[in-house]
Design a protein around this ligand. Sequence first.
Ligand code: SF4
Length: 310
Amino acid sequence: MATVSNLNRVNRSYEVIIAPGAGFCHGVEVAVEKALHIAKNRKNGHIFLDGELVHNREVGNQLRAQGVQLLEEHSKVCPEDIIIIRAHGISPQRRFYLERLGCEIMDCTCPLVGRIAKIIGAHSGHPIILLGDRDHAEVEGLCGYSKNIHVCENLAEFAQLIDAVPQKDRISESISGDKYTNSGEMNTWILVCQSTLDVDFLEAAKNLCDQKNFPIEIFDTICGATKQRQRGLRMLENCDAVIVVGGKHSANTKRLYEKIKQKIMAVFWIENAKNLAEIDLSPYRKIGITAGTSTPQNVLRKIYGEISKK
Ligand code: SF4
């Protein structure tokens, strides 16, 4: 199937470039397909979503149109209902709560988020640093997998945290390769990332640990789709203006916006084609477009089509 990225072209008014990989990632695609399938084929009972399936208004509207509703505090859940778990995943505590409601649970957690949860769970006895957005659903869910987890949203927070770790709580390595803290405990510091983290943030955190000689085991858990979209921004660096498409709560869209903003003055963050009316593109000739992993291809096509008509 032709993707929106294949549509790059020059038209009379604008040269339009679409960044590689822009739009839906595999994890989101599977989650949306699963949820829509179940919504369209369900004969009995209600279908509830435990939070937004993905951070995109169009997807939310599509699901609502199929009768899917958000699970609220006051929602009455019956055994014939289904609760869908969002692509960002949830904490084990939340899962336990949902299971006790007594209906079927359909898990749409992206397996790559599930992998991060497994790493945290497997190291729950260790101090863990999670790089990411404290208030994001994925991070909130992941925090439920360990009692000893520290979230750092930026490099300053990370530096402050590792500086505050006393020498006695840092690990050393014995000649035999065993790791232990200077106070004698097996206590390796572990680092994981939100799946949609800025790759430069992780790189900077790694360098800081090297500079400060801070021993830590690092798991690069940024997903491939995120890396591909962040790399794809390089193609847009020569544009006069860039349009970033995605939901306002989408972490990876925010990252794309922030990163390209460092290179280009005119960057516009919109959610759909209607928002184009609020932007004046007339001073620009070469327009770049990218989109977060929760932006459907049809939204991207519409935006491309609208700009091409101008
Ligand atoms: S952005 Fe990455 S982790 Fe998130 S749903 Fe897509 S593939 Fe999965």
